[in-house]
Design a binder for this molecule. Structure first.
Ligand SMILES: O=C(O)CCC(=O)C(=O)O
Ligand SMILES: [Fe+2]
Length: 245
């Protein structure tokens, strides 16, 4: 690795560590997603985007139309992950654990998450979930991602990340992140985000607690990507649990 790459990765980690975690935690509780702006430089975004053609870095390619997941393609990285992806996953996890544990506690769900990511991966491995889940997604004009939740086995972490690698309205237009929140006995609420290149979006994988008159109840949240009107859109997804396949 080039020393300059190491320095750039350290800058990314510093941005994560100095983010306003009190505010992020509050936003996660309120809306189920939160943004840390400008975490990855344009150079790092371009570097990641360029890895898409390096087949040896990936374990699996999914043609989305084949499974009716949408239109586009994505590739799961194989272990060992690229340094940048590994470091982000490792360093941000401990900040998300208190949020995840609070959700499980108020919703009276069983279990709690260990404070370090390697310990959590141990739990995945014990359930036969050993394959890497971080991925790069690529959508061309007309591409989209249907509403879904990224669960890959019994063990899951309820929060994940996405970084859009291109600049909206320059490299592509359309292609917004869409969240739908399904409240029991109500119609779904849609929320839309257009992160800028290199922003880090933190969001719930499955649900969040909502406070009602008789304590907390669960609202389910799905995410997807609206159609790309023009250009090509690449994104990096970081999921914390490993997969069975
Ligand atoms: O392409 C995106 O922005 C979101 C992709 C996605 O579904 C994910 O990262 O889990
Ligand atoms: Fe997803």
């Amino acid at each position: 690795m080039q020393p300059s790459e190491l320095t750039q990765i350290q800058t990314v980690i510093d941005k994560i560590q100095t983010a306003d975690w009190g505010d992020i935690t509050e936003q996660m509780h309120q809306q189920g997603f939160a943004l840390i702006e400008q975490v990855l430089s344009t150079e790092l975004c371009e570097m990641l985007q360029q890895t898409y053609s390096q087949t040896e870095l990936y374990r699996k390619t999914v043609e989305m139309q084949r499974y009716r997941f949408g239109q586009g393609e994505y590739k799961y990285f194989t272990y060992p992950l690229p340094n940048l992806v590994e470091r982000i996953r490792h360093e941000i996890y401990p900040y998300l654990v208190p949020i995840a544990n609070a959700w499980f506690r108020v919703l009276k769900l069983e279990g709690s998450f260990p404070s370090s990511h390697p310990e959590f991966l141990q739990q995945c491995h014990q359930q036969g979930q050993t394959l890497a889940t971080p991925l790069i997604l690529k959508y061309g004009q007309g591409g989209f991602n249907t509403l879904h939740q990224d669960l890959y086995g019994e063990v899951y972490f309820p929060i994940q990340l996405v970084i859009v690698l291109g600049q909206p309205n320059v490299d592509f237009s359309g292609g917004e992140l869409v969240f739908t929140q399904q409240t029991p006995r109500a119609q779904s609420k849609a929320m839309v985000m257009q992160p800028q290149q290199g922003d880090l979006l933190i969001f719930t994988t499955q649900f969040k607690p909502e406070k009602g008159s008789q304590g907390y109840y669960r609202v389910n949240i799905k995410h997807g990507v609206s159609p790309i009107h023009r250009g090509e859109r690449y994104s990096l997804g970081i999921i914390f649990h490993d997969a069975v396949s």
